[in-house]
Design a protein around this ligand. Sequence first.
Ligand code: 13P
Length: 266
Amino acid sequence: MNPSSSPWSEEETRQRNALCKIGELCYSRNYIAAADGNLSVRLADGDILVTPTGAMKGFLQPHQIAKVDMTGASVDGGPKASSEIGIHLVCYEQRADVRAIVHAHPPHAVAMTIADIDMQLPIIPEIIVTLGGIPTAPIATPGTHELADSIRGIVSCSDTVIMKNHGSVTMGPHLMDAYKKLDMVEHTARILWLAHCAPIVVLKLGGSVLTGEDALATAVHEVYRHVRQGRRVLAVVSAMSGATDALLQRGRALDGEDAPHGLAPL
Ligand code: 13P
């Protein structure tokens, strides 16, 4: 017990305050809303401080923080721990170096997973260098063992993960570091979102354009030129029966993969 007769050690007092502060920051930045999200810290003795279930994490007081051991059982008979304690425990189990975790619902990052846009693609140099990428875990029900298991493999080698249709988990040696990674994840998602919302290029590929093999190849190259520059392309094909199929087929042959989403018949 410290000299001011607080029930907590200096470390625990500091970390309880930090959990409240970072919760406030997450809320003010719209990374969580209402009672979303949860945050935790691993203390030097191995116990875990974690935000309480159902509370608004932007408005917490230090005495409202729960304290559990590595099985999730309460250590002090205090507030009930987050319903997502499982995802925190799995991260601490997998990573001896991790001391703090933030689970949030950053809107753009979650929207990217709903739209099936892969944030792991090496597009933004800053993210490749700092985080190595932003992987997505398969969809799983919140608050279940299945959810914790869905991130186990990923968090063993990544400090960030987005749980599909749900939210982010970011971790590090201290809370500000875990928060910083959340900031990076959502900022990246916002940039990618803007790129994906760039105006659609409408290409009108009529009969005269698509007569003959060379003309077809030229049309396909024109579509893919836009796609490779990150534009969404709407190819409007008319006047020539079978032209759309030919275009899609030729596109696959050129790229060695499925035609991109934007390339669809009208
Ligand atoms: P808790 O309030 O139980 O931590 O749950 C919030 C949440 O975001 C669940 O995913």
